[in-house]
Ligand binder design. Sequence first.
Ligand SMILES: *Cc1c(COP(=O)(O)O)cnc(C)c1O
Length: 467
Amino acid sequence: MTDCNDLCNKLKIESTEINIYEKAKEYAVDYIKNIDSRCVNPTDKAIEDLSYFIEDFPENGTKTLEILRLLNEYGSPATIAQTGGRYFGFVNGGAIPAALATKWIADVWDQNAALNVMSPVASILEDICERWIVELLGLPHGTAAGFVSGSSAATLCGITAARNYLLKNKGYDVAKHGLFNAPPIRVVLSEEAHSTVFKALSILGLGSERIEKVKSDNQGRIDYTQVPPLDNNTLLILQAGNVNTGAFDNFDVLCKEANEKGAWVHIDGAFGLWAAASNEFSNLTKSLYLADSWSTDAHKTLNVPYDCGIILCKNRKALTDALQMEGSYIIYSEKRDNLLYTMEMSRRARGIELWAALKSLGKNGIKLLVDNLREKAWYFSEQLKNSGFEILNDVCFNQINVYVGDDNITQNIIQIIQKSGVCWCGGAKRAGKSFIRISVCSYKTTYDDIDMSVKAFVEARSKIYNI
Ligand SMILES: *Cc1c(COP(=O)(O)O)cnc(C)c1O
């Protein structure tokens, strides 16, 4: 056995240690400074240059400075400039400075957030995040929060709590006895529920064929008149923010109905749940607080860096019962032990940068952020309309669906826009129609960014239609 010093000497780490972090900081700061002058999409050359990474696994190690140089020279140009102001793909969100800078520090701390004894600071900050977010979104007092990698994981946690709770009410302990002899429970959701919801249901043994799928209306909201009768044996899954249109389901009617019948309501609010922070959206979020569990992403609308999702559950015990674990070496504390609220045990302490984001923005800042995303989305859609584009959806939040023609034409225009490097949008299809999908979800986006992007749309169209 070599001791650490011998090993450090062998690896030649010691003498250059501080240089390494200085260099990393220099590259990172350079990236941040130049983000807005970058092509949003990597150039063909940048993609070709990724071949520099392809090699057989080296026998011997490489100096850290050389590794950083490789990343800066060939990795960085092949990133998508999504922390700039003109990335409108998927629903990705930017990274506000307080959260990004804090994440650097949290990475240096390298805390394991699982248990209070492993990281008192991660424990208290996640506790505070829970309290603040519950208050911000107007959820029931005492609602529990778990901090997970994203909405996929959050939905999985929420649906697990729901499944176990509903079965427990039928006298069946699914955690003990498994699903094989369990009495059936019902799952009702919209045919336009997000694919990660279907994934969670299939992982949890709730199937995909036996789900009661409800048609959605022209905006992608669940058609609440078509929802089958609910009962205390039913999980109803709704959404705050349809991934294409941004539309919100009718929580006022459906949550009240579900509460009356004893059904469990889970709301997928990956990006839309944050609308509950602003009374500008009270028509969309009305009665959202009457649900039982909610999943959301801080890495989307809130502009926290990846990966930062949140499961919120009104019945704390239902969540912690579903996710509990035992082990002779596990030391539970009187204070918060984060692993009780998530699937993982060891994980990075993402609550630290989440706390920084909340602290940096305050309630008013978050309200301003979500209000502003909608104002920018409105402006974007108005400018597109003025340039002769057809907008398919009511822009109620931050999503815009732009119709440009059939599947082929849509794909071609998207490619030209992406290649232009000016902005980045993807495509989708709803109700048989292809469209370009714009998501305004970064605090960085300015009106100038939008004007430049509209110009890129116009130029791309003129290349296709020769006008
Ligand atoms: C993004 C998204 C998800 C999945 O979230 P991840 O953070 O990618 O796991 C689920 N539902 C909706 C509506 C989304 O927009």
